[in-house]
Design a binder for this molecule. Sequence first.
Ligand SMILES: Nc1ncnc2c1ncn2[C@@H]1O[C@H](COP(=O)(O)OP(=O)(O)OP(=O)(O)O)[C@@H](O)[C@H]1O
Ligand SMILES: CC(=O)N[C@H]1[C@@H]2OC[C@@H](O2)[C@@H](O)[C@@H]1O[C@H](C)C(=O)O
Length: 370
Amino acid sequence: MLKTGRIRALGAMSGTSLDGVDAALIETDGHEIHAFGETAYRPYSHGERAVLRAALGLWPGQDVAAAERVVLRAHATALAELAQAADLIGFHGQTLAHEPRGCGTHQIGDGAALADALGRPVVWDFRSADVRLGGQGAPLAPFYHFACARYVGATGPLAFLNLGGVGNLTWVDPGKARPEDEGALLAFDTGPANAPINDLLTARRNLDYDEDGRIARGGAVAEGALELFLEEPYFTHMPPKSLDRDEFSDMIGLVAELDDADAAATLTGMVAAAVLKGMEHCPSPPERMLVTGGGRRNPVMMDMLRAALDCEVAPVEDAGLDGDMLEAQAFAFLAVRVARGLPTSCPGTTGVRAAVAGGTLSRPGARDGV
Ligand SMILES: Nc1ncnc2c1ncn2[C@@H]1O[C@H](COP(=O)(O)OP(=O)(O)OP(=O)(O)O)[C@@H](O)[C@H]1O
Ligand SMILES: CC(=O)N[C@H]1[C@@H]2OC[C@@H](O2)[C@@H](O)[C@@H]1O[C@H](C)C(=O)O
């Protein structure tokens, strides 16, 4: 692979909400974003999702064979067409469990098998090297956020907020030369985001989520429950810090006595309150917060964030980025960095001891990685 120049990279992400595989092409040299390319989305069927859900919480050595097959098949079909135009693939896989201070972090998805299936080199297993070196293994999107901040022409500090199952925040100083430079990035998971709302509405109404915040809009935030939530020690822990999807699943108990609308409003308010708490850790107030992930489609959540924060809060689309594909693009970008030996995480993003290029490069036909 060429050491300099642009690479057409295809990234694939299967997030904690288990909805499907996002795929996106970008052109990059691993430093700058030169161009965005085509995207694809391949949802999981109900049956596939059930297989993945049943495997959540499992660690290597446990029986994850069925889930592995689902992930490989879904990615092979999701990526088949776009892979024709790609020099390199970045394959995140599916996180089943994440406990960086305990068992580690576990993503399934065999990159060597995917390289064989697609006939393209694949970078995968992005997180474990970081954990081995004392990092949280997450979040990894921040190095891409640094490139995005440059791409959108930011001159002062700004923040990216991803509202997926969990919320994660990246504070960026685009004035620094490189993302691994001290003070360029601070990143951490803010707390729960959509996962508890989805879980509540699945249990109570058999809904996947609170579409456009319609249920929360009819309710009011229960201040007592919110105060109890904010007593969680997680919020006072210094970053870097990261969460597993279900680490805050107990919070549903805090809204158990409330009707559906008040419960949804309160869980939505907790997301905004957790982000506000997170802002206390930022080195300086950002000029604006660009929001990505499914939560940016929830107007009630966005309004609560705007009410809580002192800066402009806008979906990343306002800056010309694609909030549905940002994570897939991130793993395309990180794949290029790994292939070029450039770091993908640093003390400010994951707490790793020193900047590290995490990931394995597997070429088609070479099962053990190259
Ligand atoms: N129109 C909408 N209204 C309200 N909520 C929405 C809407 N669209 C998406 N969401 C929420 O966003 C969630 C999906 O977010 P996203 O796709 O960012 O998750 P993910 O990438 O799987 O998660 P993570 O980033 O944690 O891995 C849905 O489960 C839902 O809760
Ligand atoms: C272990 C893991 O898969 N973490 C995910 C998850 O989903 C959101 C948040 O929790 C973030 O920490 C991370 O994903 C994004 C893509 C990241 O690494 O930046």
